[in-house]
Design a protein around this ligand. Sequence first.
Ligand SMILES: [Zn+2]
Length: 317
Amino acid sequence: MARNVIQFQKGLSLLDFQRLYGTEELCVAALERARWPAGFCCPRCASHDYGIVYGRRLKRYQCRICRHQATVIAGTILQATKLPLTVWFLAFYLIGQAKTGISSLELSRHLGLNYDTAWLLHNKIMKAMSEREDSYVLLGKIQMDDAYLGGERPGGKPGRGSENKVPIVAAISLNNAGHPIYTKITPVSGFTSEALAKWASQHLAPGCAVLSDGLACFRSVTTAGCRHEAVSSRGRHPKDLPEFRWINILLSNLKTSISGALHAFNFDKYAKRYLGGYCFRFNRRFEMKEMTDRIANAVCCCKPCPERALRVAEVYG
Ligand SMILES: [Zn+2]
């Protein structure tokens, strides 16, 4: 059997990880590269002229123009953390390399943290990954579908319109050879024309050619400047339609990941964050070696978020 180039690519071995991120100093240097690739930039006045003040834990960069002092984690979602940076980086590594996802409980065991601390760290990292994904839109040929997440509690009806489930929209962009490139999967308030029009304007570039099944709400992607073609399933199961091969594989892998790693995940509240993290890893699946740095970069781009706000349910448009 032919070997899948993505599955067989070299990731970052645990030994390489230790060599690259095994001390606080190495982690500080990695965060500096992620946050200031062109050298320190003052968050207040954007000057590059600075001196170093050595503090108790992290060194401070003092701007020579406005005298502002900053650490490499100030103003990011890592701000005020009491955990060693080596613990954060080990979490970036474990989250990035886990083929089918990792739960907060599993992270807590690997990192030697209690569950609540691991949950917070995990959710901060997923939030950062999800926000990074929000800054991109899909281009070109798109396959799109609707699905439900969760809802394994008894009493729900199967299929569209069922209870206890989070409606999601999934899309995947294809290159000219018909191979999958990037994906977007996010929760929506429902499968309505308004929700899909808003979804398309947020996640698709104008001019995309969208292929979907016959569900009426998909037509409204045209209000975001996309072209739309619906394939009628004519009694066949959408899973059997070759036109939707990649989106079907994507959704099937997503479901495997959820049932394997996250049976206790609260989708009602945190679906966006979880799906954003999933898409982040999928969209960088050719770059397994760089994944830890990519997550460090996402974390540096994400503003501080108090626990209270992290625990509030997300609202979907
Ligand atoms: Zn300054």
